[in-house]
Design a protein around this ligand. Structure first.
Ligand code: SAH
Length: 229
């Protein structure tokens, strides 16, 4: 028996990482309540597949977290969008601190939205990979540091916004102190056996706290990671 088959134009294996799949992701984020068009545009323009292992690239524009090695994950795009939107709060921050560089994807999304990003990671191997990606994509406004993010980046403080992309066991007060008055830190905090995403706004004499909902993050750990061999 003869099967008649149509010859489809070759995608060269790149079909799953095309602008079309990226635009589909952005539509999904919009449908799920992300309203800041600047954030949606930054996500549309950031090649998430460049931040994960090639073996997973067909899943790069699914709205899910994915493994990046060394037990860590690249955050779900909806979570990246929600955190970015809450931190920007309709404004245009100059200097932003990120704790937990991981793959570098969140920093790359921020790179299009703020003047300078200071990002801190405790696992040196992840930081090296992220630096290579920033270099390749010519993202020149991202500054990196191998350090324990609990301490922030004191010499660059105060910041116009802070994103913590690993779950803290309690609100990191050291970081609240590195916010400018009126600036927002978005941070997942473990509470009552769950993790809550908090938006913490620095006030004149303290801070206001808003609960943005339940989330799942890898834990914010203390100290630098030992070199893995
Ligand atoms: N923002 C990342 C997601 C990272 S997952 C991305 O876009 O891919 C959380 C990251 O936080 C991991 O890479 C983990 O190593 C890092 N991390 C955990 N505790 C830390 C700490 N105390 N200081 C700095 N980085 C930390």
């Amino acid at each position: 028996m003869i099967h008649r088959r149509k010859l489809e134009p070759s995608t060269g294996g790149r079909g799953m990482t095309s602008q079309g799949t990226r635009d589909r992701l952005v539509r999904r984020l919009r449908d799920h309540g992300i309203a800041d068009e600047r954030v949606l545009e930054a996500i549309a323009n950031t090649p998430r597949h460049a931040f994960i292992d090639e073996a997973l690239s067909s899943r790069a524009y699914e709205d899910t977290a994915l493994p990046i090695g060394l037990g860590q994950t690249i955050s779900q795009p909806w979570v990246v969008a929600r955190m970015t939107e809450a931190m920007l709060d309709g404004g245009t921050p100059e200097k932003v601190l990120e704790v937990g560089t991981g793959s570098g994807y969140q920093a790359a999304v921020l790179s299009a939205l703020v003047s300078r990003i200071f990002t801190v990671e405790r696992v040196e191997e992840l930081l090296k990979q992220a630096r290579r990606r920033f270099h390749k994509l010519k993202l020149k406004n991202i500054y990196t540091r191998h350090a324990d993010g609990h301490l922030g980046w004191p010499s660059q403080a105060p910041f116009d916004g802070i994103l913590v992309t690993a779950a803290a066991s309690a609100l990191p007060i050291e970081l609240v102190a590195q916010l400018k008055e009126g600036a927002v830190m978005v941070v997942p905090v473990a509470r009552g056996g769950m993790q809550r995403l908090l938006a913490v706004r620095r006030t004149e004499d303290g801070y206001d706290e808003e609960d943005l909902g339940g989330v799942i993050f890898v834990p914010l750990l203390a100290g630098l990671a030992k070199a893995e061999r």
